[in-house]
Each structure stands twice: as C-alpha cells, then as structure tokens.
Design a protein around this ligand. Structure first.
Ligand code: PMP
Length: 436
C-alpha cells in the first residue's frame, strides 16, 4: 500500500459524504465523556452500534402508547401493536428488497443461523413429507469458510454432530481474501448448504457472493449469507444477492438489542419445519399433535420482541434517510484514511486486505512488541473504545499466526478526528511500552 499523505502522519482526507457533526448530535451517548472527562471515541460499532434518539424515541413511543402482545387479543391496543409490528416487518423487508412474508424476526444473527441449522436437522424426523425436503443426514456436507464468526461456524459444527453430516470449508489467502480456487471441489453434489459471511467482522473483507451462489445452486445446495456486518454498512438487496437466506442483527445497524432478522426465500422457508414451537405459530392444536402456520409465523413462537422490532424499523428509516450508498462511501473514505494513517506507524501490521478494494471498515491490526490487550488498555485510557481479542473468529487469528488483534470499526458518526485519535493513541502505547 502506498500512502498518499500530503505530510507525514496525515492521510488523504477526501470530503466525507455524511455530515458527521449533525449525525453525532442524534446520538445521546456520544455527548458523554469517559475516563476522566475524555471525549468518547467509539470505534467498536462492529460489536454493537450506538443508537440515535429516533430509535430510542420509537421504542419509548411503543411502550407509552401502544404496548400489547401482537397477533393475540381483540382489543384496540393489541390491534395497534400488531399493526406497528407488521408495518416494521414490511419496512425492514423493503430495506433488503424482500416481501414481508419472507422476514422472520429472531433475537439476533446467532439465533437466525441456529434457527436454520435446527430446522435442517429437525427436517430429518419431520412427519410431514414436505418438511423433509431439506433434511441433512449422513453423507451430506455443509460448507462454511475459515473467515466465519463463531456464530456462523458452531451451529453448523453442531448440525453435523447431530446428523452425521460433514463440515467442509473454503480457506483464506495470505492477503485476507477468500480462496475460491477449490470452490468446485469443496462445494459438490454432496453439499446441502453453503454459509458465508458477506463482510468479515475481523478482516473487513467483502466476499464475492455471486460465484458461491452460482456453484451452490448448480449442485442443488442452499446458500446462507451472514449479513451481520454487511447489511448495516452497504446496500444489500436479496434479489441481487441470489442466496436463499440472509441473516443480520438489529443492534449492529443502529437498532435495539434483542432483534435480528432471518430472510428466507419463501418457497424454501415454506418447506422448513419449525425450530422453536409454542404460542402463535400454530394452526390447530390437539393433545395428540398440532399443525403449524405458514412462514413467517411458523418461526416466531412466543410473544415477539415487539418494541425492538419497532425500534429497528426506526433504525431503517434513519439509515435510509442517510442513504446506504452514502453510508458505504463514508466508510470507504474512512477506511482508506485509516489504512494510510496506520501504514505511517512503524510496527503496525494490518491483518486483512491492505487496500480498499472489496473491503469494509473493520480494521484489525497488531502493534509489534505490545499485546493487543495492552494496546486496548492504553486506548481506553484515552477514551477510545476498540475491541481486542480473537473477535469471535478464532480460526482467523490462528490462520494469520497472531494471538489476537486490536480492531477498530466505523459507522455513520465516525469522522477523521476519531481515526487521528486512534493513530495518536497507538503512538502513545508505543511510547508507553518503550517499543519506539
Ligand atoms: N456474524 C458476524 C460477521 C458478526 O460480526 C457477528 C457479531 N459480531 C455475528 C455473526 C453474531 O451476531 P450477534 O452476536 O448479533 O448474534
């Protein structure tokens, strides 16, 4: 990577597409201070994003004015709660180009992936023949990549343990990309499902989904895309994506905790048995046996996270008002600047693509001679929140031969000043530990 800095230590600052000061004013938490009065420099949106007032207001509005259990009860509040819940479903569906019948609310990405993994093993013993369509069993294969978050690895390991299927994976190149050279052998006639992240939470890599979808569909396998780090940061349209499932978390896209989304192609969802069973997902219940509603209700047992869904609807409104193309361009500019700034610091190594081609704003790095936890502690003392560790992607740090990394992630309120603070903080850590 070549730095285009106009003076040492200063990367090229192209004008940012988003008005950072105006956006910061929407986030109450950004006006608090940390560690003895220091400005909060929040560079951990990849773990969870902060929430704008509009989202907090939407949740409060729901509890103060509407609160009732949706899809149950005949009173006015129940009717209005159902309306608010279903309006949000339609809005969130439209955000990713999907009809509301294909949107299933879950607790988060993790639960959405587990829902599908359990549905596929439940399929093997389902009474209804059509629920056995996608059953996974001995001799079948599930394919992931070495880049996955644990949430997109362990559910598939467990599915294989339950069913006798085999887990296979695509490896990584030295520069932090997916190695697709053996795609045609790893994904083969035995493959039942391929699950791949669209944007790595640790490397920042944006993966090419099209060739994976093409190969998987050629052999009759389903494709799940983990959009936990892509849906919040770039325009994602499920029709263009071509996959069968897309999963993401509300809390990473300015929305509340406790709500995630499973999008599934209707004809696929329709043939899956439920994961969780209970209230409001049934057609007829008898003591001997019961039948289930069509999707999405079949997969939403129990009183749902209604206020959180309404809050996520407000988050979608907020992101759409900014424009997802602008969000993407904003983060691209920040990423380019951060890569230049970090390249100026001797001893700093970025783990992941060194340029901005097909790369999102998650920057993991090591600092020679200083453990990532110590880097994180010095940064924290300066009011800078980053993540340290293996980022729930242990195989990735192992692949690149490091014990852990420090990771900075960006979002709509991130500005060049945050990245300058990060670079200054790294230099302070080097001074503190005497490595320069
Ligand atoms: N996949 C990726 C790529 C992630 O970054 C995360 C969260 N760090 C998850 C899945 C899991 O998300 P959640 O914890 O919200 O279920």
């Amino acid at each position: 990577m070549t730095a285009t800095a106009s003076r040492p230590g200063t990367g090229a600052q192209t004008p940012l597409p988003l008005d950072v000061e105006a956006i910061r004013a929407d986030f109450p938490i950004l006006s608090r201070t940390v560690r003895d009065g220091k400005r909060l420099v929040y560079l951990d949106s990849g773990a969870t994003s902060q929430k704008p007032r509009q989202v907090l207001d939407a949740e409060r509005w729901f509890y103060e004015n509407v609160n009732a259990a949706p899809h149950r009860g005949a009173h006015q509040l129940a009717e209005e709660a159902t309306g608010a819940y279903e309006d949000a479903r339609a809005k969130i569906g439209a955000f990713i180009g999907a009809p509301e019948t294909e949107i299933v609310f879950t607790r988060n990405t993790t639960e959405a992936i587990n829902l599908v993994a359990y549905a596929l093993s439940n399929a093997a013993t389902a009474k209804e023949p059509e629920f056995r369509t996608y059953a996974v069993g001995q001799g079948d294969e599930i394919v992931v990549t070495e880049m996955e978050h644990h949430a997109n690895l362990l559910p598939w390991q467990q599915l294989c343990e339950r069913t006798g299927a085999t887990l296979r994976w695509l490896g990584l190149t030295d520069d932090g990309r997916l190695d697709l050279s053996d795609l045609d052998t790893v994904v083969n006639e035995r493959t039942k499902l391929v699950s791949v992240t669209q944007q790595s939470n640790i490397l920042g890599t944006i993966n090419p989904i099209a060739p994976i979808v093409e190969r998987a569909h050629e052999v009759g396998a389903l494709v799940m895309v983990d959009g936990a780090q892509s849906v919040p940061h770039q325009p994602v349209d499920v029709q263009a994506l071509g996959a069968d499932f897309l999963v993401f978390s509300g809390h990473k896209m300015l929305g509340p905790t406790g709500v995630g989304v499973l999008w599934g192609r209707y004809e696929v969802l329709d043939k899956l048995p439920p994961f969780l069973t209970g209230g409001s997902m049934i057609e007829v219940v008898r003591m001997e046996a019961s039948t289930f509603m069509p999707p999405p209700q079949r997969f939403e047992a129990g009183v749902p996270m209604t206020a959180q869904v309404v809050g996520l609807g407000a988050a979608v409104d907020y992101l759409q008002a900014l424009g997802m193309e602008n969000v993407l361009a904003h983060e691209e500019a920040l990423t380019a600047y951060a890569l230049e700034e970090l390249a100026e610091i001797p001893g700093v190594t970025v783990i992941g693509p060194a340029d901005t081609v097909a790369r999102g704003g998650a920057i993991s790095f090591t600092v020679e001679g200083i453990h990532p936890h110590d880097v994180g502690q010095v940064l924290d003392d300066l009011g800078i929140a980053v993540r340290v560790g293996h980022h729930c992607a242990w195989p990735v740090v192992r692949r690149y031969g490091v014990p852990a990394t420090t990771r900075a992630t960006f979002y709509v309120h991130t500005g060049y000043d945050d990245i300058d603070a990060l670079a200054d903080g790294i230099r302070a850590a080097q001074k503190f530990f005497g490595t320069v």
